[in-house]
Design a binder for this molecule. Structure first.
Ligand SMILES: C[S@@+](CC[C@H](N)C(=O)[O-])C[C@H]1O[C@@H](n2cnc3c(N)ncnc32)[C@H](O)[C@@H]1O
Length: 625
């Protein structure tokens, strides 16, 4: 279900505003000028200017419902006309209409989209002039999801040129028009989903009567619309007859609200963290910082992660001699949820265990002391300190840890576990997790990229961000190569390969992706899979999470941004170079991307490259101490 109540509006005249609102609409779209303006403009000599509007040319004046009105600019203007005079007059009129709308106190106006891709730069320049001449008002450009051109992406390409020319101005938004007979491919539907759609516009002609005579949308339109509902856009119904009295016009608003109400429930993660959609968070550094109580509390709300750990410990215990006593060390125990898992697994496997809980955060350790007294009857051995310096004088059988970040190793699990594996029985010892692998895919997301830029921080594009991704489109086709593995870590590590200054934990990977459709690279999305024990795993990877750890929401993906968005033409290859670097004190990522055009004969032409981001970890690194 959409998270907010829908906002539904309809075309109206100034006189019918009150009536339309009484009919149940949340806003109305009202013309700003009348046909008299068009007639006067057509009769002007080429050297004459439009000057001020005449009384008969103004269709709207400020009134009490001004906050529920969207101004509709003149449909007949053509910023992208081949005729220079028409283009110039159009810009003049649009400037006047927007200025008048702003004076009236309207917060947004709806403008016709471009029609002529040959003159798209002309259109874009006029829009930028308009944005620069107004400060409070948003320009919503109406664009069809597809414009009937042979190239399905033609309408999107025009938008992309305008948006890029206007330097991603946040007051430039889209009213995505869903024509009654449209049948766009899913790649195009998904592409628009990543764009700043503030409105979906549907002609009232698209409604057809159902058997009971009520207006409804056809199956295809309903399916497309149902996806965009998740963006909480305004819905604008146009082509309607302006009613003279309440109850006269068909019940479009009731039907649209019904459509919102009958959407399938949102994924669990959205119920839990819907407010965090597309919100950039700097990754935690649980090794060098002490986490707050609330952070632990949020971790502990995900039942799936702990169920998987419990199952892994249970299976590992079952694999041990029935009569043996198993020493389990939970390292980085936090407030103790994995200790609970180990205790429950011991009961269900009927094994005798000796549990040690180690934690270096003195605040969380206070909680472990309390829990040991209140919940564990003092049976758990508590150790305060850094696991890398722990010298218990005995070996443990199972080492349980959860030190994973959104790209698996980015919270320095490898560095911590390398340091503590000395205490693991070298022959039969088990590490839970036993391995993990990071995955990556290129993404287009004007939203995430703009959020990073709006941080106004010199190092904004040197960091990675944890994000519940929503306004994102994948640039690689939906096949087995969309998400590519970068590197893995295994525990216990082969000690002969542990070098000084942490050099054995350096990694370098090159991932190559085909892009069949055009797009813009705004960065990469990172995920991980972890094997806890045998076939018991955790996954945040969209292709395997359903099978391995369904409904787990402990980790959002990571956004690895690129500083300059890079246009990706159709049939090109995208190459990511990514390094996990370390100097023995810190660990950081560096990354860069290249694009190549793939010719029919299979040869590649280099198109462009990004800089290497975060060189020497100058912008962002994780401290090892
Ligand atoms: C992601 S939290 C997990 C907490 C808990 N095990 C859970 O699953 O809810 C990681 C914990 O490991 C601790 N930690 C990280 N590095 C550590 C180290 N080198 N030695 C001891 N504790 C560490 C942190 O303080 C934090 O409490």
């Amino acid at each position: 279900m959409a998270s907010k109540a829908p906002t539904i509006g309809i075309f109206s005249s100034k006189e019918a505003i009150y009536l339309s609102l009484q009919e149940g609409y949340d806003f109305v779209g009202v013309r700003l000028s009348t046909d008299a303006l068009k007639q006067r403009v057509e009769s002007l000599e080429p050297f004459e200017r439009v000057q001020e509007f005449l009384d008969s040319e103004i269709a709207y004046h400020p009134e009490e419902h001004v906050n529920k009105v969207i101004g509709l600019t003149s449909e007949w203007i053509e910023l992208d006309s081949n005729d220079a005079l028409i283009a110039q007059r159009s810009e003049e009129i649009l400037m006047k209409e927007v200025s008048f709308a702003s004076y009236c106190g309207l917060s947004s106006v709806l403008c016709n989209g471009p029609k002529n891709s040959d003159n798209i730069m002309q259109y874009a320049r006029s829009i930028l002039t308009l944005l620069n001449s107004s400060f409070n008002i948003s320009l919503i450009i109406q664009l069809p999801i597809e414009n009937g051109h042979e190239d399905f992406f033609d309408s999107w390409k025009m938008w992309n040129t305008i948006r890029t020319s206007c330097d991603y101005n946040p007051r430039l938004q889209i009213a995505l028009e869903l024509p009654p007979s449209c049948s766009p491919p899913i790649e195009l539907v998904n592409r628009w989903y990543a764009e700043p759609i503030s409105m979906v516009s549907i002609s009232c002609m698209a409604f057809v009567p159902n058997p009971a005579g009520y207006p409804v949308l056809g199956r295809k339109l309903r399916a497309i619309f149902s996806l965009y509902i998740r963006l909480n856009p305004k819905v604008f119904l146009w082509d309607s007859n302006v009613p003279d009295k309440v109850g006269e016009s068909p019940d479009y608003s009731i039907y649209m609200k019904h459509l919102f109400d009958t959407q399938p429930p949102a994924p669990l993660v959205e119920e839990f963290a819907g407010g965090y959609k597309d919100y950039l968070q700097i990754p935690l550094q649980p090794l060098s910082h002490n986490l707050e109580n609330i952070t632990y509390e949020i971790f502990e709300r995900d039942p799936v992660k702990y169920a998987q750990y419990e199952q892994a410990i249970f299976t590992a215990l079952n694999d041990r001699e029935e009569s043996s006593v198993t020493r389990i060390a939970v390292v980085g125990a936090g407030r103790g949820p994995l200790v609970d898992c180990a205790l429950r697994a011991a009961i269900s496997s009927a094994r005798t265990v000796d549990i040690i809980a180690l934690e270096k955060n003195s605040n969380a350790f206070a909680m472990l002391l309390l829990r040991n007294r209140q919940d564990w009857a003092g049976k758990v051995t508590l150790v305060f300190g850094d696991m890398r310096e722990w010298n218990p004088g005995y070996k443990v059988d199972i080492l349980v840890s959860e030190l994973l970040g959104s790209m698996a190793d980015n919270e320095l699990s490898p560095e911590c576990l390398d340091g503590v594996q000395r205490v693991l029985n070298p022959v039969t010892g088990i590490s839970i997790p036993s391995s993990y692998t990071s995955y990556i895919t290129p993404i287009m997301s004007p939203k995430l990229w703009s959020e990073a830029r709006n941080l106004n921080d010199f190092f904004a594009f040197s960091r990675q961000y944890v994000v519940l991704m929503n306004s994102v489109d994948f640039l690689a086709p939906d096949d087995e190569f969309r998400f590519q593995p970068l590197w893995s870590f295994h525990h216990p590590n082969d000690e002969t390969r542990v070098y000084s200054k942490n050099q054995h934990n350096l990694r370098y990977a090159v991932a190559r992706f085909q892009a069949t459709n055009p797009g813009v690279l705004h960065g990469f999305a990172g995920y991980f899979e972890a094997t806890l024990y045998k076939n018991i795993s955790l996954s945040t990877l969209p292709t395997t999470m359903e099978e391995k750890s369904p409904d787990m929401f402990s980790w959002f993906p990571i956004y690895v941004p690129v500083e300059k968005p890079m246009y990706i033409p159709e049939n090109s290859q995208l190459e990511l170079h990514i390094w996990r670097m370390t100097d023995g004190m810190r660990v950081w990522l560096e990354w860069a991307a290249n694009t190549y055009l793939v010719l029919r004969n299979g040869s590649h032409i280099h198109l462009s490259s990004t800089q290497i981001h975060n060189a020497s970890g100058k912008g962002f690194s994780c401290l090892m101490h």
